[in-house]
Design a protein around this ligand. Structure first.
Ligand code: HAM
Length: 413
């Protein structure tokens, strides 16, 4: 028996309505903020992600689906969209056509993580990127947009956390400070943290290890060592969030798992989905475009995990009931009328009606049962002496009322 690959999931017809419901809200909100949809290929050259996300990150160092194609090019299934969007922006000189590009996406992503509830190897994100301005208004806009989507979905057990990572110069100075604070403690930390101490010291704040957490509790915080420009930027973002009535917490330990951030970072976490609680994450990345391309274009963005959000919606009981209805079911009273039933169905379908018929020569009783199961609004019964008189019986399934209709008239309507 061949099965779906570990960490991947089929989205079956019974689940699709939830996905479409969420996708429609995403399209609507993104449209309200005037973001334009972008679609990029599912794979890219590996070096794009290495350069963009950072070699020392978990994503690049251990989670990417990377392979050589037949022409020996190293290819990677995209683990995130930001690097791809930036690549597309540069490749098509979108930044030269207009100063600010506000883009959004819905797409599958691939990371070879250990699967568990809310963590998959193929998962889906929606997200947005605004490129071309350092204005804190765009940081705030991004956060508000993400928050509004969650509000529209009816999620209430969520917390917005924000932080600032400042600019590289103040961050580098702070890292030195952190390094010296930890110098005589790092030997007591977990193996992971020992190696991150050398490669990616900020990530020590993310450690789940209790010993590490104890040590990090007293560590100096980047937020207390920001330069004036970064502090001002961050205060401006907070001010805009306050004015928009968006509740948030400042989390000075929010460092995020990708290397490209400067200034604002944020996450929205849920209390209702267990360990994988981050529904969405993002921040500003003013140096990424230069890292990937040849010019300076500042950016800010976020991405949200659709599987996790739907799980949160389910757990909070805020998804609309599954709709189960069709416009017509055509019941065939006489077996000989098979082709006539088919023809009428085709005719109605061409008129934008959702129509189902029987394909298995079932009894009239079984066909009526099927009409009920499918939530048919109306049943058209074809056969008997009515049919010979050019008529059919139309039953309204809500009221039970039956009327005789002239078939040719009915089909003309
Ligand atoms: P990220 O935090 O790596 O950020 O991912 C964003 C969201 O994707 C997470 O909060 C989570 O909901 C979902 N996610 C990540 N990995 C998995 C997984 N294995 N299974 C299920 N869901 C997952 C980014 O990807 C950045 N590109 C966000 C960004 C955009 N920053 C600036 N612009």
């Amino acid at each position: 028996m061949i099965k779906a690959i570990t960490g991947t999931k089929d989205i079956l017809p019974e689940d699709i309505q939830k996905w479409v419901y969420l996708e429609n809200i995403v399209h609507k909100v993104m449209n309200n903020f005037n973001y334009k949809e972008i679609r990029t290929p599912i794979f890219e050259e590996t070096k794009l992600f290495k350069r963009g996300i950072g070699e020392a990150t978990d994503i690049v160092s251990k989670e990417m689906y990377t392979f050589l194609d037949r022409s020996e090019t190293s290819i990677t299934l995209k683990p995130e969209m930001t690097a791809s969007v930036v690549r597309a922006l540069i490749e098509h000189s979108l930044d030269k056509q207009q100063q600010i590009n506000k883009l959004y996406y819905l797409a599958p992503m691939f990371r070879q993580e250990r699967p568990q509830a809310g963590r998959f190897r193929q998962f889906h994100q929606f997200g947005a990127e605004a490129l071309g301005s350092t204005s804190p208004s765009l940081d705030a806009e991004m956060i508000i947009m993400a928050y509004q989507i969650f509000q529209k979905l009816g999620l209430s057990k969520i917390t917005l956390k924000v932080n600032s990572l400042g600019i590289p110069s103040s961050r580098e100075a702070y890292k030195d400070l952190l390094r010296s604070y930890l110098a005589d403690k790092v030997n007591d930390m977990s193996e992971d943290s020992k190696s991150r101490y050398k490669t990616n010291i900020l990530r020590l704040f993310d450690s789940k290890d209790e010993r590490d957490q104890k040590i990090m509790e007293r560590a100096p915080l980047l937020l207390d060592h920001l330069d004036d420009e970064s502090r001002e930027h961050f205060e401006n973002v907070q001010d805009l969030l306050n004015k928009a009535n968006i509740p948030f917490e400042i989390d000075p330990k929010l460092v995020r798992g990708l290397d490209y951030y400067t200034h604002t970072t944020f996450e929205i976490v849920s209390d209702s989905v267990g360990a994988q609680s981050a529904l969405c994450g993002g921040g500003r990345y003013d140096l990424l475009v230069k890292e990937i391309g040849d010019r300076d274009v500042p950016g800010v963005g976020f991405a949200a995990g659709i599987e996790r959000i739907l799980l949160a919606c389910e757990n909070e009981g805020v998804l609309p009931e599954r709709e189960n209805r069709i416009d017509y079911y055509i019941v065939r009273l006489d077996k000989e009328l098979n082709n006539e039933v088919f023809q009428i169905a085709t005719n109605l379908r061409a008129k934008n009606q959702t129509v189902e018929i029987d394909y298995t020569l079932r009894s009239v009783k079984a066909q009526m049962r099927e009409a009920n199961r499918l939530g048919a609004e109306k049943v058209l019964m074809l056969g008997g002496e009515e049919y010979e008189r050019g008529k059919a019986v139309l039953k309204d399934m809500n009221t039970g009322e039956q009327t005789e209709v002239e078939l040719s008239e009915f089909l003309k309507k």
